[in-house]
Design a protein around this ligand. Structure first.
Ligand code: ADP
Length: 971
C-alpha cells in the first residue's frame, strides 16, 4: 500500500523564483510563467471547461493518475480517463460521480472539497487525495472554468490507516483470552489488508515451534503455503527468516524477495520452486515478544497483490506483533491463573486437610471431602446447616470461635482440640484448626473459613515417643533387674494396658518377676496366677513360644484357644474371668539376639490393641530388654571384677589360656613367682610364652616340674581346669618345700649314716669281744669297750637330738627359767669337750671373775652350749682356738662361741638354723651331722626369751651368740 511521494522534476532557477513568488503572493505572472509554475508544483492541477472537458493538467496530476505526462493525460478522452481508476469515498464505498467536488463546483459555483480514494487500474494501487475544485466565474456569474487541485494524502491516510488498524488489532487482541483463536482473528485482520498471507508460529515452553495460524487470501496458495511449511519447516533450516528472527529477536524485512533472497532462504531446488509457485514478492518476519519472553513470530508476505513491504510496514507489523505478544502473554497468564484456580479448587476438594466455609449465619457453605470425612458425613450433609445441626457435640466449643472470627475480623490460629472421652493412648482423637475471616469484594467479612487437621496420629506418635522416652530414662537409671521389671509395669500401666506381667528366664523356666494391675482389687488375683512356666516339655505354651521365636503375639481379642491353653497350664479359669482381660499382647524381651524373657500387656477392653500398640509395646520391650541385659551384664562384670580382684591377691599363680591358645590372664602372683611380667605373657601364645611348661600333663592332680626362675631353678606344682572358654591353670612355688623335702630325704640318709657309723663300730667291737678265736689283751679289751661306750654315747646323742627336736616341735619340751650358773655350765661344757678334743683345737673360756647367774633352764643352756662348742670344733678342721665368752651387759649376759674355722656364707646365715638344714657337704668338709643342732639351739634360746644369731664369713670363722637375762638377786 506504500506509495512513493510525487517528486516533481527539479525546477530551473528561474522557475523556482517564479514559484517562490507565487507562494509569497507576488502575483501575477505571465501565462508562461504560470504554466511553468503549475508544471512544477507537487499537487496535481487540472482545469475543466464548462462542458466538463479537461483543458489543462499538469504533470503531477498525470502522475497521480498513473500516467507519464500531462500531454498523455490531456490526449485521453474523458471516458478513458475515468476507466483508469475506480473512485471510492472516504468510507471506501464507490463514489457517486455527481458528488465529486468538481461536479458540485459547477453546480454550487463555489469551491468544493472532498477526500477521495481511487484505486488505479490495473495495478490496484490505492491513492488518497484531497480534491479541491474551485469554479472560475464569468462576470455574469457563469462557471467559466473549474480548477481542480489534487493533494496526495496517501501517506497520511496510510499512517492513519495503520493507526486505525492498530486500534482495531488492539481491540481484537484484547477481546479474548483464547489466544489461538485471537491469533487466527488477527491473521484475518492482516490478510488481505496488510499482507497476502500471514503465518503465526508459537514457541512453546519446551522451545518447539508450533504453527498456530496459516492464512492466505488465496485458498489454493494457502494449501501451497502449508505444503511448503510441512516439507521445509523453519526449525530445520537455520537460514529461514523465522529461525533468524527467533535467534536475533529483531524484525526482518525483505522488500523484494523475488530472486536472491528466495534463493538464500531455499534449501534446495524444490524448495525454491515452491517459493516461486507461491509468487512471493516481499515479506516480513517479526518476533512475538512480551515481558522479555519470546513467544514466537509473525510472518507476513505479499505475492499476487504486487505490494511490496517497506520500513513503515515493518514498523507496523512489529507493533502488531508486540501487541499480539502481550495479548498472548496475558492469555497465557490468565490460562495459568485459570489452571491454578482449577488446581486450587481441586486441592480444596482433595486436600488432606479439612477445609470449610461458613456464612455469616455460621451455616456450612462449602465443605471439602477431608472435613466431611472427619465429621463422618458426606459434604452434602453439611451444606446449609449449622455445626450445631451437623455435630451437636462440637458446636458449643467451636461456634464461639467462628463468631469471634466474624466479629473481630481477626483469624484464630491453631486451636487444638481433643475429644476427652478416651483415657488411653490410641483412643483419643486430636485436631488442630485455624479459622479466618473470608472477605467479599467490598472487604466486608462474609463468612468464616476454617482449616481443620486431624493430628491424632501425630499426637499419638508424640505420646508414644514421650512414653518411650520416659521408659528409656526410667530403665536406664537402674541396674537392678527386678527394679527394671517394676518400672516396665509402672510405665505400661495404665497408659498402655490394664495389666502387665514381666517374666524372665531362669534355667528352663520363665519366672514372673513383676505383675501389676491398674485395679488394686484385681492385683491379688493377678498375683495368684502361676508365676512360672516351663520352657521345655509338655507344659509349654504361648509364653514359651514367644520366648523361643522372639516373635510378638497380638490378640486383639483373646481367643478361646488361648483361654484353653491357660486352663491346660493350670491357670484357674475363674480367675481369668474375674481379671477380664480381653485384649492381649505378648512381647519377647530380647537383646543381642538372645531371649531374656517375655512381657505381657493386657486390657479388659476387647479390640483394645492393634498393630500400632504392638509396635509401641515391642519398642518398650526392646528398651526393657536392653536395660535388663545391661543389668545382667553389670552383675556378671561385677562378679568378674571381684574374681579378678581376688586373683590379684591370691598367692598362687593363676593364668588362663583361651581356646585359641592365647594367654588371657596372668595374675600378679604368677609374675612374682616366675619373674615373667604380665605384659610379656598375657596376650601371647602360651606355646611360646610358657614353652617349657608341661601344660598338657596338668590336670586336677598337681604336676610338679622345674622351670628357670628369676633366681635359679624353680619347682612349680601346676593344676589345670577346663572351662567353656579355655583352661585355667594354677600353680604354686614348691621350691622351698621341695628343698625341705630334699632335706628330709637327705636327713634319712644322713641320720641312717650317722646311726650306722656308731652302730657299725659298736657292732664290730662287740663281735670282736665275743670271738673265742681271738685272744685280746686287757688293753685291747678295754679299747673295745671304750669304742662301744663312746659310739653308744654318740648314738644316744643323735637319738636325743631327734627326740628333743620333735619335742620342741610338738611343744612338749618344758623349760624352767630359774636361776642357772652360766659360768659353771660353760666351764663344764668345755671340760666335757676337752675329753675328746681333736688335736690342734684349743678351748678357751672368757668369763667375769664372778660367776654369772642367768634366768635360764640349766639343762637347756648346757644343751645349747654343747651344740655350739661341738660345731665350733667340728667345723674347724684346721684346728685353732675355740672361745666361749660370757660378757655381762645391762641386765643381761651375752654368751658367744667363736671359732676360726670354715665360716658360713652370708646367704646361709638364716637357713642353718632350720631343722635338718645342713650346708653343702663340700663347704662342711664332709663333716657328719643331722642338721638338728642349730635348730635345737635356736628353739631352746627362743624359749628362754633370747635370739640366737651368727656372724660369720667363709674361711674366717664363725661366732654364734645369744643374750640371756641376768637372774635377779634372790631368785
Ligand atoms: P650339723 O649336725 O650338721 O652340725 P647344725 O644344725 O649343728 O647341724 O648345723 C647346721 C649347719 O651349720 C652345719 O651343717 C654346718 O654346715 C653349719 N655350721 C654350724 N656351726 C658351724 C660353725 N661353727 N662353723 C661353720 N659351719 C657351721
Amino acid at each position: 500500500m506504500s506509495s512513493r511521494p510525487v517528486t516533481p522534476n527539479e525546477p530551473t532557477d528561474g522557475e523556482q523564483a517564479a514559484v517562490d513568488r507565487v507562494r509569497t503572493g507576488e502575483i501575477v505572472a505571465s501565462p508562461v510563467e504560470l504554466a511553468s509554475i503549475l508544471r512544477h508544483v507537487g499537487d496535481g492541477v487540472t482545469a475543466q471547461g464548462p462542458d466538463g472537458k479537461m483543458v489543462y493538467a499538469n504533470d503531477a496530476a498525470a502522475r497521480l493518475c498513473g500516467l507519464e505526462s500531462a500531454e498523455e493525460m490531456l490526449a485521453l478522452a474523458g471516458s478513458e480517463l475515468v476507466e483508469r481508476f475506480e473512485i471510492l469515498g472516504e468510507d471506501r464505498q464507490p463514489f457517486q460521480v455527481d458528488e465529486l467536488p468538481n461536479r458540485r463546483a459547477f453546480v454550487s459555483r463555489s469551491p468544493e472539497e472532498a477526500v477521495l480514494c481511487y484505486r488505479l487500474r490495473p495495478s490496484g494501487d490505492e491513492r488518497w487525495s484531497v480534491v479541491r475544485s474551485t469554479p472560475i466565474l464569468t462576470s455574469d456569474g457563469r462557471v467559466q472554468l473549474v480548477i481542480n487541485v489534487f493533494r496526495d494524502i496517501t501517506e497520511e491516510r496510510d499512517a492513519e490507516a495503520r493507526l486505525h488498524f492498530l486500534a482495531e488489532a488492539g481491540t481484537l487482541l484484547s477481546s479474548s483470552l483464547d489466544y489461538e483463536a485471537t491469533l487466527a482473528d488477527l491473521a484475518g485482520l492482516l490478510v488481505p489488508r496488510i499482507a497476502d498471507y500471514c503465518i503465526v508460529d508459537a514457541l512453546d515452553e519446551d522451545a518447539t515451534l508450533r504453527q498456530v495460524v496459516i492464512s492466505h487470501r488465496d485458498h489454493e496458495r494457502a494449501e501451497l503455503l502449508r505444503e511448503l511449511r510441512r516439507r521445509y519447516p523453519p526449525e530445520a533450516n537455520e537460514a529461514h527468516p523465522v529461525s533468524q528472527v527467533l535467534r536475533s529477536r529483531k524484525p526482518y524485512l525483505v522488500e523484494d524477495a523475488r530472486d536472491a533472497a528466495l534463493a538464500r532462504a531455499a534449501v534446495d531446488e524444490e524448495h525454491l520452486a515452491l517459493y516461486q509457485a507461491l509468487g512471493a514478492l516481499s515479506y516480513i518476519v517479526v518476533p512475538l515478544e512480551a515481558r522479555g519472553r519470546l513467544l514466537g513470530t509473525i510472518s507476513l508476505g505479499t505475492g499476487e497483490s504486487g505490494r511490496r513491504f517497506g520500513a513503515a510496514d515493518l514498523e507496523l507489523a512489529h507493533e502488531i506483533a508486540r501487541r499480539a505478544a502481550l495479548a498472548i502473554d496475558n492469555a497465557l497468564l490468565f490460562q495459568s491463573a485459570q489452571e491454578s484456580y482449577a488446581q486450587l479448587d481441586t486441592m480444596l476438594r482433595s486436600a488432606p486437610v479439612g477445609i470449610g466455609f461458613w456464612d455469616r449465619d455460621l451455616r456450612f457453605v462449602r465443605v471439602n471431602d477431608a472435613l466431611a470425612a472427619l465429621n463422618k458425613l458426606s459434604p452434602q450433609q453439611h451444606i446449609g446447616k449449622t455445626l450445631g445441626e451437623v455435630i451437636p457435640t462440637l458446636a458449643p466449643a467451636l461456634e464461639p470461635l467462628y463468631r469471634q472470627v466474624l466479629e473481630s475480623g481477626e483469624p484464630v490460629v491453631h486451636t487444638e482440640s481433643t475429644d476427652d472421652a478416651a483415657l488411653h493412648i490410641g483412643e483419643q482423637r486430636h485436631w488442630l484448626s485455624s479459622y479466618y475471616p473470608v472477605r467479599g469484594a467490598d472487604d466486608e467479612t462474609i463468612g468464616v473459613g476454617g482449616l481443620i487437621m486431624e493430628i491424632t496420629d501425630r499426637k499419638r506418635a508424640d505420646d508414644r515417643l514421650h512414653l518411650l522416652a520416659e521408659a528409656g530414662e526410667l530403665f536406664s537409671t537402674s541396674l537392678d533387674r527386678d527394679e527394671i521389671a517394676a518400672r516396665i509395669a509402672q510405665v505400661a500401666v495404665p497408659r498402655l494396658a490394664d495389666s502387665c506381667n514381666v517374666y524372665v528366664v531362669s534355667a528352663d523356666r520363665l519366672e514372673r518377676i513383676a505383675c501389676v494391675n491398674n485395679d488394686p482389687r484385681l492385683q491379688p488375683l493377678l498375683e495368684s496366677l502361676p508365676a512360672s512356666f516351663a520352657l521345655e516339655g509338655a507344659g509349654t505354651g504361648m509364653l514359651a513360644k514367644v520366648f523361643d521365636t522372639r516373635e510378638p503375639v497380638l490378640f486383639s481379642t483373646i481367643t478361646a484357644e488361648y483361654l484353653d491353653e491357660l486352663d491346660r497350664l493350670g491357670t484357674d479359669s475363674a480367675t481369668i474371668d474375674a481379671l477380664g482381660t480381653r485384649s492381649l499382647m505378648l512381647l519377647p524381651i530380647a537383646a543381642r539376639g538372645q531371649s531374656l524373657g517375655v512381657l505381657t500387656l493386657g486390657s479388659r477392653q476387647p479390640e483394645r490393641f492393634d498393630e500400632h500398640d504392638l509396635d509401641l509395646a515391642q519398642e518398650l520391650a526392646r528398651r526393657a530388654a536392653v536395660a535388663i541385659d545391661s543389668a545382667q551384664l553389670f552383675r556378671a562384670v561385677e562378679s568378674r571384677a571381684q574374681a579378678a580382684q581376688a586373683l590379684e591377691f591370691v598367692g598362687d599363680g593363676v593364668f588362663l589360656v583361651g581356646r585359641d591358645g592365647v594367654v588371657r590372664l596372668w595374675n600378679p602372683a604368677a609374675s612374682r613367682i616366675t619373674g615373667l611380667a604380665e605384659s610379656a605373657v598375657a596376650g601371647a601364645a602360651v606355646a611360646e610364652a610358657l614353652a617349657d611348661w608341661p601344660l598338657d600333663l596338668a590336670g586336677e592332680r598337681p604336676q610338679t616340674f622345674p622351670v628357670d626362675g628369676p633366681d635359679g631353678e624353680l619347682w612349680l606344682s601346676l593344676t589345670a581346669a577346663e572351662f567353656t572358654q579355655g583352661t585355667v591353670y594354677a600353680f604354686r612355688d614348691l621350691t622351698e618345700e621341695r628343698a625341705v623335702e630334699q632335706l628330709r630325704s637327705d636327713f634319712v640318709s644322713t641320720v641312717s649314716h650317722e646311726l650306722r657309723t656308731p652302730l657299725a663300730a659298736i657292732y664290730g667291737a662287740a663281735m670282736t669281744l665275743r670271738r673265742d678265736d681271738v685272744v685280746l689283751g686287757a688293753e685291747q679289751h678295754e679299747g673295745m669297750l671304750a669304742v662301744i661306750a663312746g659310739e653308744s654315747e654318740r648314738l644316744a646323742r643323735i637319738v636325743n637330738d631327734i627326740l628333743l627336736a620333735s619335742r620342741l616341735d610338738s611343744g612338749a619340751a618344758a623349760f624352767d627359767l630359774g636361776p642357772a650358773d652360766a659360768t659353771e655350765i660353760a666351764r663344764a661344757v668345755l671340760a666335757a669337750a676337752e675329753t675328746h678334743l681333736p688335736a690342734g683345737i684349743e678351748l678357751v673360756l672368757t668369763a667375769p671373775a664372778q660367776d654369772v647367774q642367768v634366768a635360764a633352764d640349766p639343762d637347756g643352756l648346757r644343751q645349747v652350749l654343747v651344740n655350739l662348742v661341738e660345731n665350733a670344733v667340728k667345723y674347724s678342721p684346721e684346728g685353732g682356738r675355740v672361745e666361749l665368752e660370757l660378757e655381762p651387759g645391762e641386765g643381761r649376759v651375752r654368751l658367744a662361741v667363736r671359732d676360726r674355722g670354715l665360716g658360713i656364707p652370708a646367704a646361709e646365715h638364716e637357713r642353718i638354723f632350720e631343722k635338718f638344714y645342713r650346708l653343702d657337704p663340700n663347704l662342711s668338709r664332709g663333716v657328719g651331722g643331722t642338721g638338728l643342732g642349730l635348730y635345737i639351739c635356736r628353739e631352746i634360746v627362743r624359749r628362754m626369751g633370747g635370739r640366737i644369731r651368727v656372724e660369720s664369713e667363709r674361711g674366717r670363722g664363725s661366732t654364734f651368740s645369744f643374750d640371756l637375762p641376768l637372774a635377779l638377786p634372790g631368785e
